[in-house]
Design a protein around this ligand. Structure first.
Ligand SMILES: [Zn+2]
Length: 127
C-alpha cells in the first residue's frame, strides 16, 4: 500500500528515458531489489526514497507524478528552458473558470475556443 513502491514500479520502464544507460541499469537493479524485499513484507520506503532522491532526473519525474497533470496551482505547461526572463507567454482561460487554459506564445496563434463552452478563451492579466 505504499505510494512510493507504486511510483517506483511506474518509474522502472521510464528509467532509460530519464538517465543514461549505465545509470538506468544501476537504478533498475537497485529498485527491483527493493521492490522484491517489499513484496516479501519488508519496509523499504526509507531506502527507496533515499535511492530515488539521489538522482535529480528521477526526483523531478517523481515530483511531476505526485503533482499530477490536474494539480490546481500548476499549469501543465512549462515555458521552454532557455526562453529567458524576457519570455512572456500570455495565458488565456475560459471566462467561466480555469478548467480550460491555453498559452499563447506567438501573436500569429489564434486564440482557441473553450472545448466545453465553445466561446473564445479570455486573456488572464499577467502577474
Ligand atoms: Zn469553458
Amino acid at each position: 500500500m505504499s505510494e512510493l513502491t507504486d511510483l517506483a514500479r511506474k518509474l522502472l520502464p521510464r528509467l532509460g528515458l530519464l538517465v543514461d544507460h549505465a545509470e538506468a541499469t544501476r537504478l533498475n537493479d537497485a529498485i527491483e531489489r527493493l521492490l522484491r524485499e517489499h513484496d516479501n513484507g519488508a519496509d523499504v520506503d526509507a531506502r527507496l526514497e533515499r535511492l530515488l532522491d539521489s538522482v535529480p532526473e528521477v526526483r523531478r519525474f517523481i515530483a511531476g507524478s505526485l503533482a499530477g497533470p490536474q494539480a490546481p496551482d500548476k499549469t501543465p505547461y512549462e515555458p521552454l528552458a532557455g526562453d529567458g526572463a524576457g519570455s512572456s507567454l500570455q495565458r488565456y482561460e475560459c471566462p467561466y473558470g480555469p478548467h480550460s487554459t491555453w498559452f499563447r506564445s506567438s501573436l500569429s496563434q489564434e486564440v482557441p475556443l473553450c472545448a466545453e463552452h465553445q466561446i473564445p478563451l479570455r486573456l488572464v492579466p499577467g502577474r
